[in-house]
Design a binder for this molecule. Structure first.
Ligand SMILES: Nc1ncnc2c1ncn2[C@@H]1O[C@H](COP(=O)(O)OP(=O)(O)OP(=O)(O)O)[C@@H](O)[C@H]1O
Ligand SMILES: [Mg+2]
Length: 265
């Protein structure tokens, strides 16, 4: 346990990556861990959901461009959300950085080299990826020890998971041999409908398919995140749902998920 970097990845949009990063991070911090959240999406959704503006302040875009020039991280890029929970925000300039990476040597390893300097300060670093398999996401895969893949009932195709796994497999082979898929997190689940049962079956089948085809272990976490309108309300209030409505089933699910992860370490 400790000093673990985890990327929250899925190239499919709207599957709960940002919500998971925020609430898992909040739950881990509440349980006493030192947690750093990195907004690694030029849209800056994580930054905004915590009540900060994705404006011209220093953030991950600054850190990336400094790392390209081999400068150390400036600590003023880190926002202290509370004592245990810190955030590196993002803004649209991160999209520009992604384009300049094309001409940079070892362009996949820039984030990794940047966070090496601060890794020691945290028990957990969670990276909220953008919905793509572009250079930024590869940087996250290269920098992390483990991967969490949020999946909604609408996104269960073996093809989608297959594209993602192929990218992870390539990264593992060429850049980051110790990378591990921690698991698939089912989000926005409505457990009462038969449809969802059918979907859980499909995810299990996809996981089996991936194990066979890619020879990579991919488990489905026991904790599953239910759907609740409060999740959207919490975002509008710029808070973790755990802070906004602690007794909500989504809050409890993310707290259970945090415990499950700690037990896995
Ligand atoms: N458990 C939940 N119940 C209801 N709504 C949810 C839940 N989790 C997330 N949402 C909502 O679903 C939408 C997408 O979630 P989120 O932004 O976390 O996904 P994402 O994968 O980060 O999206 P993107 O790919 O655009 O970055 C948001 O409006 C969010 O408030
Ligand atoms: Mg997001």
């Amino acid at each position: 346990m400790g000093n673990k970097v985890t990327a929250i990845v899925n190239q499919k949009g709207g599957v709960g990556k940002t919500t998971t990063t925020l609430n898992l991070g909040y739950a881990l911090a509440q349980m006493g861990s030192k947690v750093l959240l990195i907004d690694f999406d030029p849209q800056g959704s994580l930054t905004v959901s915590l009540g900060y503006k994705a404006d011209n302040k220093p953030g991950i875009q600054t850190i990336m461009s400094d790392a390209i020039e081999e400068k150390e991280i400036e600590k003023d890029c880190i926002i202290q959300v509370n004592e245990n929970l810190h955030l590196i925000p993002a803004n649209l300039q991160l999209a520009g950085i992604e384009m300049t990476l094309v001409n940079v040597m070892c362009k996949e390893q820039i984030l990794k080299s940047a966070i090496e300097f601060i890794k020691e300060d945290y028990d957990y670093i969670l990276i909220d990826c953008s919905p793509s398999l572009g250079t930024l996401t590869i940087n996250a895969l290269a920098a992390c020890d483990s991967i969490i893949i949020p999946v909604t009932p609408e996104f269960l195709s073996a093809k989608g998971l297959g594209d993602l796994t192929a990218t992870i497999k390539k990264t593992k082979k060429r850049i980051n041999p110790t990378i591990k898929i921690e698991g698939i997190l089912m989000t926005m689940l409505n457990e009462r409908t038969n449809l969802s049962k059918e979907m859980i079956k499909t995810v299990n089948e996809s996981a089996d398919y991936i194990k066979d085809k890619f020879n990579l272990d991919m488990k489905i976490f026991d904790s599953k995140i239910p759907v609740s309108v409060k999740a959207g309300e919490a975002i509008l209030n710029r808070k973790s749902i755990i802070e906004y409505d602690p007794k909500n089933k989504v809050s409890e699910a993310y707290q259970r998920f945090a415990k499950e992860l700690i037990l896995n370490d």
